[in-house]
Design a protein around this ligand. Structure first.
Ligand SMILES: [Fe+2]
Length: 180
C-alpha cells in the first residue's frame, strides 16, 4: 500500500505544481524529466536517477518565497524524501543547493554557466560557500552524488525538448529497492 501511496503522492505533487516555471525556460515538470533523462543517459545509478527526478520536490511542498520558488527547497525536499526513500535518493537532493554554493566556491566561473533564475536563487541562498562551509560540505557522505546531481539539474533546462513523460518513470518510483 505504502509503495503505491508514495508514487501517487509524487505524481499528485507534479500534477498540482509541476506546471510552474519559477523564472526558468521550462516548467518544473519538464525540468525534472530532463534532469532524470540526463542522469539515465549518463549511466548514473537508479537511485541518482530517482534523485534527479525528485530533486526539486521541495518547490512543491511550500508556497514560493520569491519569483524563483522556494529558496530552501533542498532542505525541505530532502527531508520529505528522507521519510520515504533511502539516503542515496534523499541525501543528494538535500545537498543539491549546497552543491551549487560549493561549486561557486571552488570554481568562480561556474556561476556564469547557471541560468538567470539559478543565479537569482544563489543570492538568496547565501552565494558561494566560505572555506569552512566547503570543508563541511566535502565531509558529507553524498557530496559527490550531490555535485553530479547538480550537473543534471543545470543541464535540465532546455526549452522544447522531446523526452519521456512522467508516467514512464513510474516503475522506478514504484521500485521497492529505494523505499524505506
Ligand atoms: Fe532543479
Amino acid at each position: 500500500m505504502r509503495v503505491m501511496h508514495v508514487t501517487d503522492e509524487v505524481l499528485g505533487l507534479f500534477a498540482a505544481a509541476g506546471g510552474n516555471n519559477y523564472a526558468e525556460q521550462v516548467s518544473m515538470e519538464q525540468h525534472a524529466l530532463q534532469a532524470a533523462a540526463l542522469a539515465g543517459a549518463s549511466g548514473a545509478s537508479d537511485a541518482l536517477v530517482l534523485a534527479a527526478l525528485l530533486h526539486d520536490v521541495g518547490h512543491f511542498l511550500a508556497e514560493p518565497d520569491s519569483e524563483f520558488g522556494v529558496t530552501d527547497h533542498g532542505t525541505t525536499g530532502g527531508a520529505w524524501l528522507a521519510e520515504r526513500f533511502v539516503a542515496a535518493v534523499s541525501e543528494p537532493v538535500r545537498l543539491h543547493v549546497a552543491a551549487k554554493r560549493f561549486r561557486c566556491f571552488v570554481d568562480p566561473a561556474y556561476e556564469e554557466q547557471l541560468s538567470p533564475a539559478s543565479v537569482g536563487t544563489l543570492r538568496l541562498q547565501g552565494g558561494a560557500m566560505s572555506a569552512t562551509e566547503a570543508e563541511a560540505f566535502e565531509a558529507e557522505a553524498f557530496a559527490a552524488d550531490a555535485l553530479t546531481l547538480r550537473s543534471f539539474d543545470d543541464g535540465g533546462k532546455v526549452a522544447d525538448l522531446d523526452i519521456p513523460a512522467l508516467d514512464e518513470w513510474r516503475p522506478l518510483l514504484d521500485s521497492l529497492e529505494f523505499r524505506l
